[in-house]
Write a protein that binds this ligand. Sequence first.
Ligand code: 5AD
Ligand code: SF4
Length: 444
Amino acid sequence: MNNTNQKKYLVVTWGCQMNEHDSEKIEGILESLGYISTSDKEEADLIIYNTCLVRENAELKVYGNLGELKRIKRENPNLIIAVCGCMMQKEDVRKVIKEKYSHVDIIFGTHNIHKLPELIEDHDQKMNMLVDVWNDSKEIIEDLPTKRKYDFKAFINIMYGCNNFCTYCIVPYTRGREKSREPKDILKEAKRLSEQGYKEITLLGQNVNSYGKNLEEKVSFAELLYMLNDVEGIERIRFMTSHPKDLSEDLIDEMTNCDKVCNHLHLPFQSGSDRILKKMNRKYTKRQYLTLVDKIRKAIPDIAITTDIIVGFPGETEEDFEDTIEVVKHSKFDSAFTFLYSIREGTPAAKDKDQIPDDIKHTRFNRLLEVLKEISLERNKNLIGKEVKVLVEEISKNDSTKLSGRTDTNKLIHFEGNESLIGSIVNVKVNTAKTWTLEGEIIE
Ligand code: 5AD
Ligand code: SF4
């Protein structure tokens, strides 16, 4: 086929792994329609922005990028611009797009990605801005074509939505109520991936520990892991995100029993203060979280635990913040995602009068980072001299003479080696530890 006649698409993604995986499906759908990918906005026939609403800066970036497309659309009036993802689930955002970004052609949401072919066709006929956003959906659409970013590791959705309504979080409003995929469908996808040569799967859900609760035939997350552990060819199983309130003894047992389940747990604690945790609607206390961490470390001594922390939630005092630091010091996280609290209109915490001034938020954020850095470095230094199994992922971004990959504990490690090793699992001896990365050498 003559490629020059084929229409070209560009999908740009902001936000979490859930969004990244949605974009893989969007790209799969577009390629099944005959589109080919391009990284050049100027030559694209279709540009899709998959947006994130979790914090204000993600939202602002999307508006900035949309503004830039005005000129490109002027120069190429046939270009179709579509925006989708979490931002589009909010009516006030759609209103802004309609009023200020009238060069956008199609708006769709998180629940109707599978409708993309119809939306493009409808738009081609009507040529005016098309808006199709669903508030929620009970249906799970199986077997969407997917263009995966890698050919050795893959995301698998095991559930969609969230029922937790943490008071700072917009996700339950953009992703709808929790619904789990049937285990047979998840297993089918894992088996197909293994047949295609995939070695690692990452199970995705906002709260994987409550997997299976709404299925007719109830299956727990621990049971699902057990089933997946039997899929031949798959060598590593990862999952995220775990909510501390739902993490069961069974899961800890399964993690020790299932040899393929990686020694890594992402366990967001958000705040160390009981008062703030209550205001956040997290449903656990500092003590309960610390006890859980102790239990996990006792059962799986070499596990890496990572977390999410919010600084400056409304009403957070110096004392509350010190509780957060205490949890960090006690838990010895391998790494953490730290966030400044960001007001999300429509969530309960946004209405709180007791918002924390930016300068205090920033000072606390930097203090927290210092503590985290010291602990990460200490954790990484413990690995010096040890041999670790690494899935080789790519040529190192900062040094083209090196390869980079991930340990079982999800640490990024750089080492010398042949490009042909990408996609395979190798043994690496750790020689140097930095705060965020390791360096090593391949051993036979
Ligand atoms: N402000 C700051 N961080 C937030 N998160 C979610 N909502 C907000 C918000 N309004 C963080 C939480 C969550 C992660 C994905 O994003 O820490 O675990
Ligand atoms: Fe947001 Fe809480 Fe649901 Fe996570 S568990 S997506 S933080 S509401």
